[in-house]
Design a protein around this ligand. Structure first.
Ligand SMILES: [Zn+2]
Ligand SMILES: [Zn+2]
Length: 226
């Protein structure tokens, strides 16, 4: 089986992360993963890229963590793929299947409604995964669900503070018959809380991952929570 990290951050892209893209690539290679998605916090989340930059330059700065991880991944034999973690007033959506040039072509995506954003991502062939939908932390002021605009649900997040947040996410996915995923939400080097998915075939592109997740061909990497 091949291991894929679906949800992780870099210090170049996310203000709350301490591990650089290159360090993350090395960490995941050492842990036996074959693929990682870099999903840094977007401009409507805890981005590390200067929000005062013009859009195209902001996108360049935002993508640096992914690009540095990819460069190191190419050297050491790790697939490094692009994703984003889109912020919707404390609610987080993981987006796959779009790239840097699509971001540059869509300069208004942090201003339009979340429903319009999701529609546009789907039109471009991308996928929306609701990250940790039932996490409760001071920065999350309300729990918001948009099942009609959600392609899959992250039912195991390794950095949720309580196991019940994952149990509720599993309930949500079951109630709405939504496909399921798991991810670490890793921001740093070290620790033991690693998750992601296992597949029979190697994930070499966002398309490989999207079809595996939507068709239920992913095995979730989980562990007992506190
Ligand atoms: Zn973060
Ligand atoms: Zn995250």
């Amino acid at each position: 089986m091949f291991k894929t990290e679906t949800h992780m951050h870099t210090s170049e892209g996310s203000a709350c992360a301490s591990a650089s893209g290159a360090q993350q690539a090395e960490q995941y290679k050492a842990l036996g993963y074959s693929t990682i998605f870099v999903t840094d916090h977007f401009i409507n989340g805890n981005t590390a890229a200067d929000r005062s930059l013009p859009w195209e330059q902001w996108v360049d700065a935002y993508c640096l963590g992914y690009e540095n991880a990819k460069r190191r991944g190419d050297e050491i034999g790790l697939n490094v793929l692009f994703g984003i973690e889109y912020g919707w007033r404390g609610t987080d959506l993981l987006v796959y299947g779009i790239d840097k040039s699509w971001l540059k072509e869509n300069p208004d995506i942090a201003q339009i409604s979340v429903q319009k954003f999701c529609k546009r991502v789907r039109l471009a062939g991308g996928m929306i995964v609701h990250a940790h939908p039932f996490r409760q932390e001071p920065y999350i002021t309300e729990l918001k669900l948009i099942p009609d605009y959600t392609d899959a649900v992250e039912i195991f997040n390794a950095h949720n503070a309580k196991a019940v947040y994952n149990e509720r996410a599993k309930w949500y996915a079951e109630q709405f018959s939504l496909p399921v995923t798991a991810g670490s939400d890793c921001h740093h080097i070290g620790g033991a809380r690693f998750s992601g998915v296992k597949t029979q075939t190697e994930i070499r592109s966002a398309e490989d991952y999207m079809s595996a997740a939507l068709e239920g061909r992913v095995e979730l990497i989980t562990f007992a929570g506190e």
